[in-house]
Design a protein around this ligand. Structure first.
Ligand code: HEC
Ligand code: HEC
Length: 215
């Protein structure tokens, strides 16, 4: 199936699901200020976000980042950046701007907690040679190109913390796409723009494969 067809179908389906989910809440709990009950966040996560990200945040399609075990603070920030239109990759514009525009701060908070508490799947095997090269870049950086070790911020196991997103078990294709965007300065993220600036494509792929293979 062509990805465009899939995208169109998914998007129409999801827009309908969002309308239903939001009307079920009666708008009340989505008002700014009122805390969103965890059960309502779970329904929204399963019924709406789950269509793309997987009901437990372990999406299978690499176009949709895994959210399971991601840090709540990071998820919250990203959702606010989609809502404020400050994170603007084409996929973010196409998929997440509409989603996030419907979310109040308390709902964002509750959704972030829901996904951060989901169990992560095991890492996925990737070609051994790339994983070995990626391992080296992840832990030592590439001093001759001024690339910092990823582990410094994302942790030795790629688990991250608070503002540093978890990379372990994330889809390699998504990591790769993000690195290319950071290099192109699209999401305006100064730290990662600096890190990715001199990375070659093969190096990005190696480090993405390594991170994706981590449990
Ligand atoms: C129609 C598909 C779709 C739906 C439904 C959807 N998302 Fe997304 N989401 C995406 C795509 C695609 C991206 C990747 C954007 C990019 O490439 O920059 C994304 C990215 C994200 C990110 C950033 C993750 C990261 O690692 O940086 C978060 C957080 C997120 N979505 C949360 C949600 C939540 C919460 C919901 C439900 C309210 C939701 N999404 C519903 C498609 C979707
Ligand atoms: C100095 C700290 C620092 C270093 C070193 C660093 N990162 Fe990051 N990285 C960050 C921060 C902070 C973010 C979150 C940016 C944001 O808020 O969007 C991030 C985000 C990312 C993302 C996006 C994740 C997602 O879910 O969308 C990827 C992929 C990534 N980094 C990969 C790497 C790789 C690979 C390396 C090593 C080559 C690396 N980073 C080195 C700080 C760092």
């Amino acid at each position: 199936m062509r990805i465009d067809n899939l995208k169109g179908r998914l998007y129409r389906g999801v827009l309908a699901a969002t309308a239903v989910a939001l009307s079920l809440t009666g708008g009340r709990a989505l008002a700014q200020g009122a805390p969103t009950p965890p059960s309502q966040a779970r329904d929204l996560a399963i019924g709406v976000c789950g269509t793309c990200h997987g009901v437990d945040g372990n999406s299978t399609n690499p176009m949709f980042p895994r959210l399971a075990g991601q840090h709540a603070w990071y998820i919250e920030q990203q959702l606010k950046e989609f809502r404020d239109h400050t994170r603007g990759d084409p996929y973010a514009v196409a998929y997440m701007y509409g989603m996030a525009s419907q979310l109040s701060d308390p709902t964002i908070d509750a959704l972030a907690k829901y996904f951060s508490r989901q169990k992560t799947g095991p890492g996925k095997p990737h070609p051994a040679a790339e994983v070995a090269e990626g391992n080296k870049i992840f832990h030592q950086g590439i001093p001759s190109q001024g690339v910092s070790a990823c582990a410094t911020c994302h942790g030795p196991q790629g688990l991250g913390s608070k503002m540093f997103p978890r990379l372990a078990g994330q889809h390699a294709k998504y990591i790769m796409k993000q690195l290319q965007s950071f290099q192109g300065d699209m999401p305006n993220v100064a730290v990662m723009h600096g890190v990715a600036a001199t990375l070659h494509k093969a190096e990005m792929r190696a480090v993405a494969d390594y991170a994706a293979s981590l449990p």
